[in-house]
Design a protein around this ligand. Structure first.
Ligand SMILES: [Zn+2]
Length: 380
């Protein structure tokens, strides 16, 4: 048994001052104040020295970082993000991988999940393979732009199995319904997301019976079609804003390049902080930034100079979204921990500071810089 004292605990709806947490093995047992949870003398105790303690971040959409892609070096990449408070990550596989490399990436990450150092890896986010080739970085490397055929995808879906927590698809692709049906047969709890798409609300609604409940990076790599010149169409961004059941992923970089700060505010205003998920979409790309963005350090570019994810970590994304939208730290943690845990059906285990959940915690100073990270009850 260990205790944490003298903390400002970031709970689901409030901050608890003078908080004490009782932890046994890898679980939170009790959460209260110094008055309600007396600490027996001689028991191991971590003094948080007035720091914020929040639930470990859950980054469901992260390709790589610190120079490597997740599929190249899973445990090393997981460690990089863990030290930034990401106690749960879903390594993300993109449509630029041909089938053989996709299968290899799945196998390498699955083996890391069972190895020391892979404890924070909870499965995959499949950003593809079937997206609209018109949208997204590395458009020229889309190996999956042809016909959607069972013989091409079944091995991918079978091998990923219940580790594929999210499948992102472009609903307008012909044959996508059979693909989604198959993915749900293999793993009924998989979440379906609309991404890299210009689908209209009807095409998106057609996939709702299969569990479509997310939008992949809202306002990035999406489009819309209009029947009339001079009018605005209704694509995935608008469909997501309209649909109360859907979560919107957002990338909040320091300059508000992925999403203009006014648009971040708009998304929060319409969706509420209960239905927004912060993601890093961090990528280990080596493309050169265009000249006017050469001073920005938290973005990644592809070989054509197009925006290709970020170099964010979730602690930075939390600081950014608070700066851009004036949301509170409690709301920021909902978007960085609780909502993503709910979206992938893991909120019984992780996502908030509650008795019975995993002792995955992040300690932040008053500037919201990381002081300490705890994973499964162990300080890293
Ligand atoms: Zn991505």
């Amino acid at each position: 048994m260990i205790y944490i004292k003298n903390a400002k605990a970031v709970l689901e709806d409030s901050i608890l001052d003078n908080a004490v947490l009782q932890i046994k093995d890898d679980r939170i047992v009790k959460v209260g104040t110094e008055e309600s949870i007396p600490i027996p003398s001689g028991t191991p105790c971590i003094d948080a020295e007035g720091a914020y303690i929040g639930p470990g971040f859950v980054d469901i959409h992260v390709h790589g970082g610190n120079g490597t892609m997740f599929f190249e070096a899973p445990t090393r990449t997981a460690k990089h993000f863990l030290m930034h408070g990401e106690t749960t990550v879903l390594p993300t596989l993109y449509y630029d991988l041909p089938k053989a490399e996709f299968l290899e990436a799945i196998a390498r990450i699955q083996s890391a999940m069972k190895s020391p150092g892979g404890e924070s890896i909870a499965g995959f986010y499949m950003e593809g393979p079937y997206m609209n080739p018109k949208y997204g970085a590395c458009a020229d490397k889309n190996c999956w732009s042809g016909e959607i055929r069972l013989q091409d995808y079944h091995e991918l879906v079978d091998r990923a199995g219940s580790d594929a927590k999210v499948w992102a698809v472009a609903p307008e692709r012909e044959g996508i319904e059979d693909f989604v049906k198959y993915a749900k047969e293999v793993y009924p709890d998989a979440a379906i997301s609309v991404g890299h798409s210009e689908a209209n609300p009807d095409q998106i609604a057609a996939l709702k019976p299969y569990g479509l409940a997310l939008q992949t990076h809202c306002m990035n790599a999406t489009g819309q079609n209009s029947d009339w010149l001079g009018t605005r169409g209704c694509g995935p961004d608008e469909a997501c804003l309209l649909d109360d059941d859907m979560y919107a992923e957002i990338i909040s970089d320091s300059m508000g390049i992925h999403i203009n700060p006014h648009l971040q505010k708009l998304i929060l205003k319409v969706k509420g902080t209960d239905k927004v998920i912060l993601i890093t979409d961090s990528f280990a790309g080596d493309g050169e930034p265009p000249e006017n963005l050469s001073h920005v350090t938290d973005l990644t570019f592809d070989s054509n100079g197009n925006l290709c994810g970020s170099r964010l970590t979730m602690d930075a994304a939390v600081r950014n979204v608070m700066k851009h939208t004036d949301c509170s730290i409690v709301q920021a943690f909902r978007m960085a921990s609780y909502n993503p845990a709910r979206a992938i059906g893991m909120d019984k285990e992780i996502g908030s500071i509650s008795p019975g959940k995993k002792a995955n915690l992040v300690f932040l100073d008053s500037d919201l810089q990381i002081k300490k990270v705890m994973l499964n009850g162990i300080v890293q």
